[in-house]
Structures are given as C-alpha cells and as structure tokens.
Design a protein around this ligand. Sequence first.
Ligand code: ADP
Length: 598
Amino acid sequence: MTGVFLFAAVAGWTTLAAQIDSDVYDFLFRLQRPTLGRPSSVIYGIDERTLTQSGGLRNIRGILADGVERLAACKPKALLVDIVLADPTDAANAGRLAAALSTIPYVVLATDLTPRHGWEQPLGILPRRALGHVHADPDPYDNVVRQVPLEKISGRERHWALSLEALRAMQPAVTIEEDPKAITIGGTRLPGKREDGRPMLIRFGAMPEVTLADLADNPANCAPFTGKAVFLGLTAQSAAQDRHPTPISFGESMVGVAIHANAYETLAQRAFLRPVGNLESILFALALALAASAIFYFYSGWPAYTLAAGLLAVTHVIPWYAFQAGIIFPYTAPLLAAWLGIAAAATFQYFSTRRALHKAEADRSRYQEAIHFVAHEMRSPLTAIQGSSELMGRYKLPEEKRAQMAQMINAESKRLARMIQTFLDVERLGEGEMQLKRETFELTALVQVCLDRARPLADRKRIPIELASMENTTLTGDRELMEYALYNLLTNAVKYSPPETTVTIRAAKQGHSVHLSVRDQGVGIEPSDLKKIFQKFYRTRSAEKGPEMGTGIGLSIVEQIVTHHGGRIEVESSPGAGSCFTMVLPAQDRVPAGGPMR
Ligand code: ADP
C-alpha cells in the first residue's frame, strides 16, 4: 500500500499529471463558471470599428487622445492603459494624450519586460500614478492563461500587475503585505513565492465592454464609466497581439485587456481560487490509499466493492465540490492513489482469501485422515478389551485367568489412552500449537524402552533385535514423542521383514549430532518410493499387497517429531536388500555415567 501511495504521489508530480490537472481545472471551470459579483470595472476597447474610423493603428496616439478626452468627461475613478506607450514618434498626439491623461484622477500605465532591454518604459511626458506590468504568463504546455503573476522583477525594478495597481487605485485602504512565501491582500493570504512571480488564479467571467467608437457615437452615455476602473486596450482581432486561450474561451482567445480586467475583479471581489498545498494534496492521496486498504481489510465481496465504488465517486466529486468553494484540488495523484489502492487491496484480498481457503481445505482433509487413522489404530486394543470383558462376564473363569484378563484389559486401555494422547500431541505439534517438552534423557534408556516394547512383536516372527555399537549421549526433547518415533521405526523393520532375519540398532556420535539407525534385512523400498513414504497415508505397492496392516501415517509422524527436535531422518534402501532408517538428532556433548550399553 505504501508503494501504491508513493507511486501515486510521484506520478502526480509529472508533466503529464500537471497537464491532466490543468485540463480538469478548465473542465470544472466551464462546468460551474465561478460567478463574479457586479463588476466595478469596464473594458474600454479599441475595436475594429474604432480603428477603421480613425486611421488604423498608425494613428493610435490620436485615437487614444480622443478616447481619453471623451472618457474624462465621464469621470472614471481610475484608468488602466494596457498599451505600452514607449514609442517617441508622433509628438503632437503624445502631447494631446498627456493633457487628456492629466484630467483623470488616477492613471496607471503599462510596462512590459522585453527580452533584451528589461522594462519597457512609457514616455516620460505621460502623467501616471503608477506603472503596472502587463505580462499574462500563459501555461508553458498549452498556452492557456489561468493565472497572472502579481509581481514581476527584472534587475532592480519590481512592478505589481496592472490588475493589482487597479486594486490600489480603487481600494486605497486595502492592505497589501508581502513575505517571501506569500502575499496577503486585504487579510487573505495567497501562497506564492516572489521568485515564482506570486501567481494568482483568475476567476474569469463576462466583462462589460464599451468601445471607443461607441462612446464617440454617444458621448453622453457615461454610466458604464463613472466611478469605475476603466481598462483601456486593443480588442480588435487584427491588432491585439496579446491574445490567449483561457479556461472559458472555448478555442477563442481572450485579449490581454480583458484578462487584466478579470484579474482585477478577482482581486477586487476577493474571489480567489486557492490551490491546496503540496502537503495537503499528499495527505489527501494518503488518506484515500488508506481508506482503500481499510475497505478491503474490514469487508469482502459485494459490500467491499460497493464501498470501493463509493470511494471512487467521492474521489471524483471532491475536486468538484471544493472548486465551488474556491479550493483547487489536484486531480491525478489522489485519483491514482484511490484507483491503485483499491486494485492493490482487492488483489491482495483475493489472494489471501484463496490461500485461507486452501488452508481450510487442507486442514479438513487432514482432519478426516486423522480420524480415519485413529479409528483404525484403536480397533485392535478395543477388540482385545471387548473380547476379554465379554469372556469375563459370560463364563465363570478361574481366579488366575480372571486376574490375567483384568491385567490385559488394564494394559490395553492404558495403551489406548497413550495412543490417543500421542495422536493429539502430534496433531497439535503439526499445527504449531504444542510446546515440546524439554526433558533431558539418556539415549540408551530410550532405546531400551522401545526395544522392550517391540520385542514381543519381533519374537512372533523370530526376529532378534540386536544392539550393535551404541555410543551413549544425552538428548533433550520430548521423551514420549521420541519413544513413539523409534518404536515406529522398529515395528516397521519387523513388519516389513521376513521371519528369521535380523534387525540392528546402532548409535554413533558425529560432531554435535547422534545418528540413531534401525537396519533390517527386509523387503526394501523402490528408489522411486523413497521420498513418498514420508507422505501421510502413503504405502508402497508391495506393502499394500503384503500381509501387514498399515495406515501409512507412521513415518510422516516420525519425520515431524524428528524435525521438531531440530533433526532430520534419512533412509537408505534397495528392494530385496533391506532398509536402514537413521534419525540424526542434535546431541549434548556430556557422556553420561554408565558407559556404553551392550
Ligand atoms: P504403515 O507402516 O502403517 O504402512 P508408515 O508410514 O510407517 O505406514 O510407512 C509407510 C510405508 O513405507 C509403508 O507402507 C511401507 O511401504 C514403507 N516402509 C516403512 N518402513 C519400511 C521398512 N523398514 N522396509 C520396507 N518398507 C518400509
């Protein structure tokens, strides 16, 4: 899940993600057009008609002088000129323009950065209260203007944006405070570093426009201008070069003067659109990834999928809702975090459920096998107990015989109890639930007990069990289980050997381990069967055909016991030549008193 989150966070930083975020921003913008209140500004445009009626761009000074003279009569509060008036030609009209400008209470002239010469300054004779920069800052990837840099610095000269200068003209009481990381306008903090130009997202809307030709036709129509911030600039398609697409332009471009007027309205109405910070967006993505994993941790099946679909819906809807409140959420990183988070959590759940299912199935069949084994193994002592008790009940037996039978019943029921206990222990051992007892005991004592127990069976087949070399050592572990293991090897050796052969027990120390082996001269095992005989319920074909009863579970238990004691079991065998099973167990170095046993 961490990987998913990191991937989403990193992917969210890529150019592609930035472009998708921008497109979604534009889409949301068009979808719910953040509306502006009544504008306190107006565009005073030099359109095609104005230009054709007044001699075209060559006469721009004359056009401006006429326009500003007429405007002055309408008493605007401020005039923002979005044309850089740096050209020194046409001195006569420049003089007329200067005189007209001086009749307007607050004039801001445009300045712009030129690639070579820094700030382009308007003519000195033109009166102004301030200079505002008119750089629009389109997106480098798609040329769309979404924001305006409120501050531009070149060399030692810094200028506020034309729109911010308009705010200073219209609302002189509004405080503008700056710090290295943000600018605070009228108490609203807008994050943005000085070196990044302190960009401000523009809340684009429809702006009123009156052309210079309109006012010339009807000079008495002053209402649109009185007391307003008037943005004067070129709007003619053929002349305005600073045109850019905007989120609401639908393929058409917006002229620079309209962009600045929109930026001014955003500021004047404090209608800011604020992008959430990096930390917030990372936390949002993280929360979504965590929510995805929580869903699949606590639920499964349809409830989980329904909740996951809900989470995705929320992820899609949150940026939309936030946009209405003027908060801009990134889109790609949270969406990736949610989608990938859900996919990863669902996949993980699928595989872990499958694993759990397999385990449950294996457990069930193991349990059935175990029941089968118990039932089978219990039959012989039970038959003995049943038979003896029936005899005792039905006939009047001599006292000696009765005592013998009672003793037999007692011994058999003890064997039964021991068998059940061993079985339960082995079951719990397999499930890792049982703590092995840690007793210390002598190897020779262990061998002796098993030998005594197996001897009656061996005697029946006239098989002597011989002790060859016997190096004694101390073993640590569960004595009862170890006895079970060795006894099983001995009975197998006897079971799978013809009468009048020999079984040999050998114990030899090698380094820190002891090799305890049981060798017989029996039927032997095919090489292909050597691995399989340790599987539960596996019996070789010859064993199945032979007279000896068996369940095929003994060796699997022996192997489990030996491995739980930190050892291993080895087997050497060839058909017809007998077998040798060796338990390799960790031994303690101390040689106990008593010496080797013979
Ligand atoms: P069981 O003896 O009840 O069949 P085991 O798990 O003890 O089950 O043994 C599994 C199989 O391994 C036996 O069925 C037999 O085919 C083979 N096997 C075990 N011990 C010997 C042996 N000493 N000689 C030959 N085959 C053996």
